[in-house]
Write a protein that binds this ligand. Sequence first.
Ligand code: PHB
Length: 394
Amino acid sequence: MPEKINNQRRTILLGTAAISAGILPAVASAAEPLKVGLIVPMSGPFASTGRQIEAAVKLYMQQNGASVAGRQIEVILKDDGGVAPDVTKRLAQELVARDKVQVLAGFGLTPLAFAAAPVATQAKVPMIVMAAATSVIPQRSPFIVRTGFTLAQVTAPMAQWAAKNKIKSVVTFVSDYGPGLDAEKVFVKGFTEGGGKVIDSLRVPLRNPDYAPFLARVKDAKPDALFVFVPSGEGAAVLKQFTERGLAAAGIRLICTGDVLDDDLMDSIGPAAIGVVSSHHYSAAHPSAENKAYVEAFGKANKGMRPNFHSVGAYDGMHLLYQALKQTNGDSSGEKLLAAMKGMAWTSVRGPVSIDAASRDIVQTVYIRKVEARGGSFYNVEFDQVDKVRDPGV
Ligand code: PHB
């Protein structure tokens, strides 16, 4: 619904207002500013993804400066509304042709990343996918690099954990599009190989889902556990209905990817989440010094907001860009930036990460977590991990 989209153009300027407003000539560095087109849903059902990504990009620039290797970084934020691939594509085209951005970034959902990929290829600009998580995305353009995660990557350890932990039968329940189908496939394969049995695989619509009839089927099937993937923003509704429809009371366990137990939503999910085991690459409760500092700074800058996994994909996406620009001495040619990004490794707030040089996808630790009440709120507390997990492909 393009008319509903709040298509604002906002420029994130940090300490550069004087130069950008033309008050001061940019004499300090003769180089042009480097413009980054950040396309995310700031409105619509997935607005929390845009809010988290914008906050993380701002925080990164506040902490690391708004210029790198002599280039002023100017981020142009565009709201694509999260649901219409043609809107995302048009915004990407305009950013490249009119605003002359040299990097595209963001991309809250898989169909939107798919839509922008040909624009990146044609314009030869790096496209940093911070959120969308279907395995095949980087294959859609040689200019794509992913700093978030893939569903296949986080689901494989969950399937293995379930098979090893006395769960014998499972029904899978996924949103019916790219990342959900990846999660289903990888779960069924891993759990079956581990000796478990998948008794039914349910796919729920992405748009305006009514979970009730699906959950009724699960209750009748009486599996030991229900494995769930729904994208960030939908988890609270699933958990609420899971409890209200008596599945928990019937002894069915809920296991899921961390998308369902999004840190941004934990307060609205509430006690229904206690004890739920999930797998993911980031929890706000990750016990490292880097993460404690990140959660604190993020909260301070955003009225106490808790960072979620999409924020970390964005924060690391900015890190990747800054490091790549340092390596190229400020040269923003797409090919040179891509070459610098391939193989880059660093300590993220989520743990150690690297960009696989061949696939341009992120390699990272996947954690198994359990929800606990802490300090009046609810957190995904990590208790096991698998290191250096690559996207297994599907
Ligand atoms: C996706 O559309 O690729 C996507 C969105 C949100 C998630 C996971 C995957 O939490």
